[in-house]
Design a protein around this ligand. Structure first.
Ligand code: D8T
Ligand code: MG
Length: 388
């Protein structure tokens, strides 16, 4: 089996004004992602997703160029079933061939940033392709799923103190979610304001719904500690990215100062970043983003680190349908797999790109039995929104 083509396209999907919400970085006017399509000479097609930004929106020209002009041409003619070998070639760059032949590596190219996002989308498409070729869902290729359905939490919570309870209860009513996540930090100023919103949220939800808070790395260490003290009676499920991801020691310092579990990882890139988080005792929950962290292959390794360090795996799924499915397959198969993120803001790439829906009932999402990632891409949607 040989790869005939690898193509990436940037989908830019505008969100109608009345459906837009004000997120961490302002009003979300579009959802952007890069779709990777790998076709074999025999006509099999695999799909993957890569992201240039951790949030909803983002110019993706750079990512498209890396896939179409750098990785893609290098993969033509290769056997797409050799996922481990192709992963190493992309990660280790042009010296990868030499490195593999000589038994050691020169990690110079695909390690972090946009390069590993490109690698992630390609890796995902390779797994999808392999699943279709073998007529098996990806979770089966990973050793089988632990259950037929997985718990998800509703991810949203941008409202002010007066409306946050109502907003979060709305999510619970809609999908039967047993856990919800709200944003704190950049959207509401200092820790005192954040705490006011969190306390209001807890009061409205009652004691039985899990409540997580996401600061998106916006606090200083001192602010994060202060926030933890102010909400220590709120029984938080976790406090996410308290300080910038570049200050892992800072995250560890926050964790050491509180009993609230700390979540991190959506801004990290590969197993080494997660190893550092584990060794520093910085996190209780790992949140790799499958469209950023090195794809399904690397997320399984990150899951193994989580399992060895008594850390839970709750992938960051602020993504389109492909990366959502990829995260679900990994979480379903990984020993540390725990909880899925389900974005409740308007997200056409999650809700409209695929023919299938990820419906939530009683807070649970069905893990598909269909081959590969289990996603049928709507070609009309791609043609309508592809801008590169
Ligand atoms: O954990 C999450 O889902 C967030 O960090 C989102 O990536 C962010 O709010 C998008 O702007
Ligand atoms: Mg987050």
């Amino acid at each position: 089996m040989k790869i005939k083509s690898v193509t990436a396209r940037w989908l830019h999907v505008p969100i109608p004004y009345e459906k837009q919400h004000v997120s961490d970085f302002g009003r979300v006017a579009s959802f952007d992602s890069v779709l990777v399509r790998i076709e074999t000479e025999c006509g099999l097609i695999g799909w993957g997703e890569a992201k240039e930004e951790v949030g909803s929106e983002g110019n993706s020209h750079g990512l498209v160029a890396i896939i179409n002009q750098k990785f893609g041409p290098g993969l033509v003619g290769e056997d797409p079933r050799d996922i481990n070998r192709l992963w190493e070639l992309m990660y280790n760059g042009c010296r990868g061939h030499y490195a593999l032949a000589h038994g050691h590596v020169f990690p110079i190219m695909g390690r972090r940033g946009v390069s590993i996002a490109a690698l992630s989308g390609i890796d995902m498409a390779l797994w999808d392709l392999l699943g279709k070729h073998l007529d098996a869902p990806v979770w089966r290729l990973l050793g089988g799923r632990k259950a037929e359905r997985m718990a998800a939490y509703a991810s949203g919570g941008w409202a002010d103190a007066e409306h946050i309870g109502e907003q979060l209860l709305g999510y619970v009513a809609r999908g039967g979610f047993k856990a919800v996540k709200m944003r704190v930090g950049v959207i509401d100023g200092d820790p005192v304001n954040s705490a006011r919103r969190v306390i209001a949220a807890r009061q409205a939800l009652g004691p039985d719904i899990g409540l997580a808070c996401d600061a998106h790395g916006t606090y200083t260490v001192a602010e994060a500690k202060r926030f933890c003290r102010l909400v220590e009676d709120c029984n938080l499920l976790w406090f996410e990215e308290p300080v910038t991801a570049d200050d892992k020691r800072g995250v560890a310092e926050v964790r050491a100062a509180t009993a609230i579990p700390i979540a991190a990882g959506e801004s990290e890139f590969n197993r080494f970043d997660f190893r550092d988080l584990a060794e520093l005792r910085a996190a209780d929950v790992f949140q790799p983003d499958l469209a950023i962290c090195g794809g399904i292959s690397e997320a399984m390794r990150i899951g193994a680190i989580a399992a060895a360090w008594n850390i839970k795996l709750a992938p960051h799924l602020w993504t389109g349908a492909l990366a959502f499915a990829a995260g679900m397959h990994v979480a379903a198969a990984s020993p540390a797999g725990w909880l899925l993120e389900y974005s409740v803001g308007a997200n056409p790439l999650l809700q409209e790109l695929a023919e299938e829906q990820f419906s939530v009932q009683d807070g649970l999402v069905d893990i598909p039995d269909r081959p590969g990632l289990g996603i049928t891409i709507r070609q009309d949607f791609v043609e309508r929104y592809a801008i590169a």
